[in-house]
Write a protein that binds this ligand. Structure first.
Ligand code: FMN
Length: 175
């Protein structure tokens, strides 16, 4: 029987969705049956999937509330199938903070959520100051300054490692 894969995501500026679309391409190239859902429209029965991938970006230190609620509400069903979780954030642009055991948001998240997906991954996101409203721009500038990153508000830079995204997709195809 062909396995059915679902990808559920939460994004604000679209980088997590872009990563999901890249994953869909890899999975389809591997002849997998995959469907992409925004967390806002997911109404399916979890048990109807063999594998479920959940992706969320970080805002002010936290994954999206709806993603956390979804996991907390559906832990038992999620534990019955193969699952993967990935986080997207800017701290992960640093090589020493881009793995599930070294990225502070991912480490903290799994200390509190009491759920263990089959695989966990973390990807660096995108910095695009021009997209942010004034308050967010100042806050991100501060976060970047604190973490010795780029603070020029003309900066638009994608830190995502697409090779790593591809490898994650391949891993999902196999597991
Ligand atoms: C308002 C705001 C807050 C953010 N807070 C953090 C943060 O606390 N830590 C971090 O590493 N990245 C932070 N980021 C960076 C995002 O995680 C990154 O830009 C990511 O690519 C966003 O993904 P999305 O477009 O799917 O929402 C923040 C970005 C914004 C706009």
């Amino acid at each position: 029987m062909k396995s059915k894969i679902g990808i559920i995501y939460a994004t604000v500026d679209g980088q997590t969705l872009k990563i999901c679309n890249a994953l869909v391409s890899v999975l389809k190239a591997n002849k997998q049956n995959v469907t992409l859902f925004s967390i806002d429209d997911f109404n399916e029965d979890i048990a109807s999937f063999n594998k479920l991938i959940i992706g969320s970006s970080i805002r002010y230190g936290l994954h999206h509330k709806k993603i956390i609620e979804f996991i907390n509400t559906n832990k038992i069903k999620l534990n019955a199938i193969k699952t993967a979780f990935f986080s997207v954030n800017l701290v992960a642009r640093k090589p020493e903070k881009n793995t599930p055991t070294t990225n502070p948001y991912v480490v903290k998240f799994f200390k509190t959520i009491n759920w263990k997906p089959t695989i966990i991954e973390v990807f660096a996101g995108k910095l695009d100051y021009k997209k942010y409203p004034l308050f967010d721009r100042i806050m991100i500038q501060f976060i970047m300054w604190m973490t010795k990153g780029l603070t020029n508000t003309n900066t638009e830079i994608e830190y995502t490692n697409w090779e790593k995204v591809k490898e994650f997709g391949e891993k999902i195809s196999r597991f």
